[in-house]
Design a protein around this ligand. Structure first.
Ligand code: FAD
Length: 502
């Protein structure tokens, strides 16, 4: 049933036999929304016509893999976590079991502190204290810092009234040294953000949950690990070394994932994919307030009026599309800060590769005053990233606290990245391949007031029937969270459709 509204309220009701759903944006959020919606449509025999509009000729958004001179270059994400199993489960559904590969987490990561690299004690990478021996032997922290970190299990649990920053949470539980030397480059680093501003509730809710459930993050990790050993049965055909790895990827790169979702959509609904169709405008088909339908104007496609419209585009694009008829939604979306970053891939031949340490990478705490956030040793982190015996590095620059690096021209960015790689990893060589990729405003910052911002966007969306927002700006940045969000959005659309159809 469709409500026809005017500014003053509902003026009529229609009961169509077919509902049209437009999904704008074919990154992982839009793709999984379309994929799940097509699946639900079949199960519930819903008469829906679905169109996914993607500006690019290839769907996947920030996920894109390039091959050059035998190197495999990830433009955006290079891997995903298995802690939330949503990524693995989707890979199984898509038949990608044999393509999955584990990251070499056994190689560990290094932290740059006081002008040299220190191995990160294994447990601390998840803010569990791990084996006490590892922590005590580590050169990363002082004796006082180690003792303070190991006392985390005795710290009383606190029920914060509102969200607290990563900085406040980690300092309260583990002490200042774990914050500065571990959480800053590792946790805030994933968001390219500032631990003083990022809120723990939306960035690492599992840490808060461990504190609340077990009274301590470290204790919780231990008990949780024992209680929730991976149920291998949930992932048929996936090698144990993959399900047991906290980080995984695909042999042929992350684009394997988005390509497989795209292909599944194409197979099941031949008309759904509208690639190379940038949406230029969206306007209510009828009254501006409480519109029951939206007309989509896109390149290479006739105008189409949809009853339900899912915005799965970056926040700024979403805001621009709705600002004329839903200015408060646009304002709410724009109130969520986004950081920028720049990544520089450097490929090296065998001679140089011999001198690069056997580690997944070196992370740089902000206080060390270096230009880089991290230097990932991609070919040691994941197999199949470089030709045999060659090396591939990925130097990350920028982030919330170093945004000026985005202004560097490519040549300067390569120069800075090369120098960083050589200092952090202790070698010197000329790269045989370079690639610079800029990410302006691409990293949502879930600051301590994020819950209020999400609530405000949701409140404003309530005034616009059939208008939904999906994607990383609101509900989770990591790939498994984006998949969860896509599936959840599809369920909302399906429920909405059922109430409108008779
Ligand atoms: C540099 C970088 C590295 C990352 N690394 C990791 C990682 O290692 N692990 C991890 O878990 N997560 C990582 N992430 C996060 C994760 O990749 C993203 O959160 C996720 O891919 C976002 O998906 P999305 O669909 O919300 O947005 P996007 O991927 O941004 O998709 C939006 C889509 O909308 C399309 N679009 C834009 N305008 C229009 C228009 N007008 N009409 C039609 N289509 C339009 C775009 O072309 C794009 O395809 C990384 C993110 C970045 C930026």
């Amino acid at each position: 049933m469709v409500e026809l509204r005017q500014a003053g309220g509902i003026v009529g009701v229609s009961t169509p036999d077919l509902l049209r759903v437009a999904i704008i944006g074919g990154g992982l959020a839009g793709l999984t929304t379309a994929y799940e919606l097509i699946r639900l449509t079949r199960i519930d025999a819903l008469p829906l016509e679905i169109r996914l509009y993607e500006a690019d000729e290839v769907a996947g958004g920030t996920i894109r893999t390039k091959r050059r001179d035998g190197f495999l270059l990830e433009r955006g994400a290079d891997s995903f976590s298995t802690e939330n199993p949503a990524g693995l489960l989707l890979a199984v559904e898509l038949g990608l079991q044999a393509q999955l590969i584990p990251a070499h987490v056994e190689r560990g990561v290094l932290i740059w502190w006081d002008d040299r690299c220190h191995p990160l004690p294994p447990g601390l990478s998840r803010l569990a204290d791990g084996r006490l021996g590892d922590l005590l032997r580590s050169s990363l922290m002082t004796r006082v810092g180690k003792v303070r970190a190991s006392l985390e299990r005795l710290e009383p649990r606190r029920q914060p009234r509102s969200d607290e920053s990563i900085s406040a949470f980690v300092t309260r539980r583990f002490g200042r040294q774990v914050l500065e030397r571990v959480a800053d480059p590792l946790l805030a680093g994933f968001y390219r953000g500032d631990p003083e501003r990022l809120g723990i509730r939306y960035t690492f809710p599992e840490l808060l949950e461990l504190e609340q459930t077990y009274g301590s993050v470290a204790k919780g990790h231990r008990r949780g690990l024992r209680a929730n050993g991976v149920d291998q049965g949930e992932f048929p055909g996936v090698p144990m070394k993959v399900t047991r790895s906290p980080i995984v990827s695909f042999r042929g790169g992350m684009q394997t994932f988005s390509d497989a979702v795209t292909e599944a959509i194409r197979r099941n609904d031949t008309g759904a994919l509208h690639l190379g169709c940038r949406v230029r405008s969206l306007r209510p088909a009828g009254d501006p307030v409480g519109a029951a339908a939206y007309t989509v104007k896109a390149d290479h496609s006739e105008d189409w009026t949809a009853d339900i419209c899912v915005l799965a585009v970056p926040q700024r694009t979403a805001a621009a599309l709705v600002k004329d008829f839903a200015p408060e939604v646009a304002k709410g979306l724009l109130s969520i800060p986004h950081a920028s970053s720049l990544s520089v891939h450097l490929g090296y031949d065998q001679r140089a590769a011999r001198n690069i340490p056997d580690t997944m990478g070196c992370l740089v705490p902000h206080s060390q005053g270096r230009p880089s956030l991290a230097c990932w040793v991609s070919h040691r982190k994941l197999d199949f990233r470089a030709p045999p015996r060659a090396a591939l590095l990925n130097v990350e620059l920028g982030g919330e606290r170093k945004s000026h690096f985005l202004d560097l021209r490519d040549r300067s960015a390569v120069r800075v990245a090369r120098k960083e790689a050589e200092i952090l990893l202790g070698f010197k060589a000329d790269p045989i391949l370079t690639m610079v990729r800029r990410w302006p405003g691409s990293h949502p910052q879930y600051n301590v007031d994020h819950a209020d911002r999400v609530e405000e966007v949701e409140r404003q969306l309530d005034f616009h029937s059939g208008l939904l927002v999906a994607g990383s700006a609101l509900y989770g940045v990591a790939i498994p969270d984006v998949i969860d969000n896509g599936r959840a959005t599809a369920r909302i659309v399906s429920n909405l459709a059922q109430t409108r159809l008779v």
